[in-house]
Design a protein around this ligand. Structure first.
Ligand code: 5GP
Length: 203
């Protein structure tokens, strides 16, 4: 019996360091791939279509929603983002764990639709530190930062429905914690019927 992959949802308020932690997790865990989302927002900086996101127009996104192509989709900061059902299923079927870097609205939809999903929420050490990181990132205007901080509180409240909380105070420690969670989840008894079957099947 082939081991099925685990959908791993990682969410956080923006500025928590989610992108870097996800990148580290992918570099240090075998059999793990990142789900590439569809979005209606334009590319930023060095982003590449098909690597960072699939950048699509609103009409294409609408059609994909109508055709039921998304496991989940949500509007985040006025843009829409969605996760392809078939791409994720293909990887899970191959035994690959799939990392979904998505917001809390998406996380809740995944929880309902993929009951074996693992949901991890990353927290900043404090709201002051989050504000400092958003300012240092120098990506957003002051009014946008104020809006992101307000939104961050709503997102952090929604973490009550997640399985694990990881505080990103020290980056290396947070990366180690994340990796430990995934590795432990892989060992859960109800995921390893194959091992027991292999040892107990009569000749
Ligand atoms: P950004 O535009 O900065 O790349 O992402 C903004 C937010 O959208 C982040 O919190 C990111 O996790 C979230 N996001 C990215 N892809 C998806 C997706 O497919 N579905 C949902 N629900 N959120 C997503």
């Amino acid at each position: 019996m082939k081991r099925r992959g685990i959908p791993i949802v990682i969410s956080a308020a923006s500025g928590t360091g989610k992108t870097s932690l996800c990148k580290r997790l992918l570099e240090t865990l075998s059999h793990t791939a990142r789900s590439i989302s569809y979005t209606t927002r334009p590319p930023r900086g060095e982003e590449v279509h098909g690597r960072d996101y699939f950048f699509v127009d609103g009409a294409t996104f609408d059609q994909m929603v109508a055709d039921g192509e998304f496991i989940e989709w949500a509007e985040v900061f006025g843009r829409r983002y969605g996760t392809s059902f078939s791409a994720v299923q293909d990887q899970l079927d191959q035994g690959v764990d799939v990392l979904l870097d998505i917001d809390v609205q998406g996380g809740m939809q995944v929880r309902e639709r993929l009951e074996h999903a693992l949901l991890i929420f990353l927290l900043p050490p404090s709201m002051d530190e989050l504000k400092r990181r958003l300012i240092n990132r120098a990506e957003d205007a002051p009014d946008v930062i104020a809006r992101r901080l307000q939104e961050a509180k709503n997102e952090i409240r929604a973490s009550k429905d997640y399985d694990y909380l990881v505080v990103n105070d020290d980056f290396d420690q947070a990366a180690t914690d994340l990796r430990a969670i995934v590795r432990t989840h892989r060992l859960r008894r109800n995921r390893r019927d194959d091992l027991v079957a292999a040892l107990t099947t009569d000749d």
